[in-house]
Design a protein around this ligand. Structure first.
Ligand code: PNS
Length: 163
């Protein structure tokens, strides 16, 4: 089912991109023609980073190389300004559990205050990724744990190089 012939923005920190993010991108592609995966330089979460924003963009580009409908971009400033620039009115966010809801709802409402015709569409990732977050992947990996089940082999390779 293709809801409408539209492009959407899937914004995030993606530090690093996990299998959960990849799942949301694939689900978005099943519904929309084009997905702008937008790596934010400024996140509402203040987190210690593993990869620089440029490294994250390069990694996601490599991961989706040849995939029609996926464009990876870096952005700074407000997400709604990027939406205006790309002439896109739909933001995609993954919703894993009830615990995500408050933060996601706040962002969706704030974005709508800032830009009236913006809509946020929440997609539920596959159940096997419902516990997964970049924050946990970063923590586990920096403490020497195995994250091979949670990120693609290419991402794992880049993490090993980084460490
Ligand atoms: O993966 P994250 O860190 O949960 O993503 C959060 C992100 C990047 C989507 C959010 O912080 C964002 O949109 N940042 C851009 C700046 C902005 O527009 N802030 C106001 C959001 S209501």
């Amino acid at each position: 089912m293709n809801v409408t012939s539209k492009s959407v923005i899937y914004p995030g920190s993606f530090d690093p991109i996990t299998k959960g993010h990849e799942d949301v991108i694939k689900r978005s592609l099943a519904l929309f023609d084009k997905v702008f995966v937008a790596v934010a330089i400024t996140s509402s979460h203040n987190k210690k980073s593993l990869f620089s924003p440029d490294e994250r963009v390069a990694l996601i580009r490599e991961l989706f190389d040849g995939q029609v409908g996926v464009e990876v971009i870096l952005f700074d400033g407000l997400l709604v300004d990027l939406a205006k620039e790309l002439k896109t009115t739909v933001i995609i966010r993954g919703l894993r559990a009830v615990s995500d809801f408050e933060y996601e709802f706040q962002m969706a409402q704030m974005n709508r205050q800032l830009l009236d015709d913006i809509e946020t569409v929440f997609l539920a990732p596959d159940q096997q990724f419902s516990f997964l977050s970049s924050t946990l992947v970063r923590e586990v990996t920096t403490l020497g744990g195995d994250v091979s089940g949670f990120v693609s082999p290419l991402v794992l390779e880049r993490i090993s190089e980084k460490l």
